[in-house]
Design a protein around this ligand. Structure first.
Ligand code: ZN
Length: 476
């Protein structure tokens, strides 16, 4: 099989060289290309279509929670960044700054947004006059820039696409509750739309967002055992309200400071999908976000009636709301099977003269490579059901894989062994920064997320009493 499949030969062996496999897959399936400036990527139509489906799913969830979309400028006065000390310190090394425009040196340098807390905070201070203006929940879909010298498409690029939600509330309780609720929205979306199981919880102070009181994260295990931070939700307390004067007239007629939060996910999610589900043949896309959910491949297309039957089936499936491709190119069926498999299309439908005569179609699942013969009658319903099964099974398979690769460790040697073998390692931690730093130095693993509700006797580094259990992993 592999010999005849020249597409497989174009992709590095996933087990032997995962990074090269990833690069091959994103380029050969035409998700991305490299931009002319180092650190930049071009998102090609097939990749952008995944992003559009992600946007559509998330946007409707945000709107159900009363979030409104807006757009803020790309350029931010540098002085805004200096208003929140931790924030400016955290972002300074990666901010790109415009100093010349219109042929003249600018009086004040302008930052290309690495994130928009500062400009949105400034605008919120204008917009929140009274308690009636709260809560305020705005979101923007946009690009941001964080300077990078290397390019890993979807994972690490200078410019990427994301959404950033920003909220202001009258009380700390409401703001904290919303911060966690948004994390819940992300988790539900990751699991039900991307079929990616995630661990959610708080980050250590070392790993939190610059300027936040608390950062909550969702962490996903990639097939190489590394963790990918797939989304974050930050509770800012009054840090940004103080820095940007986000205040309002309370019910008692007294000026009060608001409490804010922010939350975001980015085109990294596409990288997460690729590395959670992909296999030796290429992409495996979850049906909810797949640009093409099923592809119809004609068998003996020159025989009378085959093309017509395929076109009729395509129309029927499209009318049922499915995203369908009909591959009527002059490549051989074998070529087409391999190409669409590499592109990760969840279901392939084969239709030839004998099938048509017998009133049947052959369905092939991308996730399990299983083949099923089904009646042509009620095809749309059959395909829809199969897509739902694929979606569910992909999540379960990914969850089982992750669960089998979570181990416990009580000393440094076991942490190192655990991450070397591609696991998430749960270990006790005393809570001090020195021990956290030491784990990073000696194992390359970082504290990904608190494992809430779990306890261990001792800190795996210093042996003192353990205060928390942390999930350690190497990460993207
Ligand atoms: Zn310790």
């Amino acid at each position: 099989m592999a010999k005849e499949n020249q597409f497989v030969e174009q992709i590095a062996d996933i087990n032997a060289d995962f990074p090269q496999w990833y690069t091959d897959v994103v380029l050969k399936t035409k998700l991305v290309d490299y931009g002319p400036v180092k650190g930049t990527m071009v998102i090609r139509p097939y990749g952008y279509a995944i992003w559009e489906n992600i946007q559509k799913e998330l946007d409707s969830r945000f709107k159900k929670r009363g979030v409104e979309n807006a757009y803020f400028p790309l350029l931010i006065p540098m002085s805004y960044f200096t208003k929140e000390a931790e924030h400016v310190e955290g972002f300074a090394p990666e901010v790109a700054i415009v100093t010349v425009a219109g042929g003249e040196e600018l009086a004040e340098p302008l930052a290309i947004r690495p994130t928009s807390e500062t400009i949105i905070g400034t605008m919120m201070s204008k917009w929140t006059q009274s308690y009636r203006d709260l809560p305020m929940k705005v979101n923007q879909w946009c690009n941001v820039m964080r300077w990078e010298k290397t390019t890993r498409p979807f994972l690490r690029t200078s410019e990427f696409l994301w959404q950033e939600g920003h909220t202001a509330f009258a009380s700390a309780e409401e703001a904290e509750r919303d911060t966690l609720a948004m994390l819940g929205v992300y988790k539900e979306f990751a699991e039900n739309c991307l079929a990616i199981p995630v661990l959610t919880g708080r980050k250590t102070d070392k790993e939190k967002f610059a300027g936040a009181e608390a950062t909550y994260t969702m962490e996903a295990m990639m097939k190489d055992g590394k963790s990918l931070q797939a989304g974050t939700s930050h509770y800012m307390g009054q840090n940004f309200a103080n820095a940007f004067d986000i205040q309002y007239l309370g019910k008692e007629g007294v000026l009060e400071k608001a409490y804010t939060s922010s939350w975001g996910v980015s085109t990294r999610l596409i990288g997460a999908v690729i590395m959670t589900h992909g296999d030796e043949r290429g992409l495996v896309l979850p049906p909810v976000v797949a640009p093409v959910q099923c592809v119809i491949v004609p068998i003996a297309a020159r025989k009378g009636g085959v093309v017509e039957a395929c076109e009729a089936l395509k129309a029927e499936l499209e009318n049922a709301g499915l995203r369908v491709a009909f591959d009527n190119s002059d490549n051989s069926p074998g070529w087409k099977f391999n190409e669409w498999e590499m592109k990760g299309v969840p279901v392939r439908i084969e239709l030839g003269p004998r099938d048509i005569e017998a009133g049947k179609m052959l369905l092939a699942r991308r996730d399990t490579l299983e083949k099923l013969e089904k009646p042509l009658e009620n095809a749309a319903e059959t395909v829809k059901e199969l897509l739902a099964t694929v979606q569910k099974d992909m999540l379960e398979a990914a969850r089982a894989r992750r669960e089998s690769r979570i181990v416990y460790a009580d000393d440094m040697a076991s942490i190192l062994k655990g991450v070397d073998e591609g696991n998430f390692v749960k270990a006790g931690w005393c809570g001090c920064r020195e021990c956290e730093d030491k784990i990073k130095e000696e194992t390359g693993a970082t504290a990904r997320v608190f494992a809430e509700g779990e306890s261990r006797e001792n800190c795996a580094v210093c042996g003192k009493k353990s205060e928390h259990v942390i999930v350690f992993a190497r990460a993207y």
